[in-house]
Design a binder for this molecule. Structure first.
Ligand SMILES: [Zn+2]
Ligand SMILES: [Zn+2]
Length: 239
């Protein structure tokens, strides 16, 4: 099996970790969970790893934290298998071709965005909350799922329904919902229960894409990303 040349998440080359079971490759900081070192020996990514009986253990912050606690699980937060399931779902969305605009917070320069969207949510925040050392760490898979749906609600709210961005959000949401049923087959989650991002409507501004809103078309975006490779890499290391 031949591995791909570019990271499955950021689509950039560089020093990449290859999965032994699928063609995907990742930067350590792009994989979910973020890896702290290059593994020796066989390695499988979160998408391929068995969520019940993991074939490999990752060198990530949660593993190091539990080593510090001498293997004792924290008395709160996600169980080990729920954590692996949520990490898998997060990586599934992160590595979906339409997910790029959801990887990072919307730019503070985006006109009116933060006036209209009062509870912003993006994949970098979700990734951070999977970390047990975060004070925002999830207590249940429901909380995690609610954040993902909040991200899609925000997208649907801010963008005109027929815009490319809104449609990308819809497709991605449908993709996530089907993955969710597969990863948590015996659990029902409701997207209807997700709180509206903001009931306090901002008056006087029409929601919708405005000139200069930073969703460039894909070609432009990948070009720009390639050029920004170094700054992006260093910024991601803060997660
Ligand atoms: Zn990457
Ligand atoms: Zn894999």
């Amino acid at each position: 099996m031949e591995n791909e040349d570019f990271c499955a998440v950021c689509l950039i080359g560089g020093e990449l970790l290859c999965c032994d079971r699928c063609p995907k490759v990742y930067h350590l900081s792009c994989h979910v969970p973020t890896l702290l070192s290059f593994p020796t020996g066989d390695w499988v990514c979160s998408l391929c790893r068995d969520v019940q009986q993991p074939e490999v253990e990752y060198d990530c912050e949660n593993t190091r934290l539990s080593a510090e606690l001498k293997g004792k699980a924290l008395p709160y937060g996600l169980s080990a298998s729920d954590l692996r399931k949520c990490e898998k779902l997060t990586l599934l969305v992160f590595s979906h071709a339409l997910s790029t605009p959801f990887h990072e917070p919307v730019s503070p320069l985006a006109r009116h965005y933060y006036q209209i969207i009062k509870r912003p949510m993006d994949l970098s925040v979700i990734r951070g909350k999977l970390n047990k050392s975060s004070h925002m760490h999830y207590f249940s898979p429901e909380e995690f799922v609610a954040d993902v749906f909040l991200m899609f609600r925000n997208c649907a709210k801010f963008n005109y329904p027929d815009s490319e961005m809104a449609q990308a959000g819809c497709s991605l949401e449908a993709f996530f919902s089907s993955c969710l049923r597969e990863v948590f087959p015996s659990q029902a989650f409701s997207s209807a229960g997700v709180e509206e991002s903001d009931s306090d409507e901002y008056e006087g501004v029409e929601p919708g894409p405005v000139k200069g809103f930073p969703w460039p078309d894909r070609r432009e975006q990948s070009h720009r990303k390639r050029k920004r490779r170094h700054s992006l890499t260093s910024r991601r290391q803060h997660f």
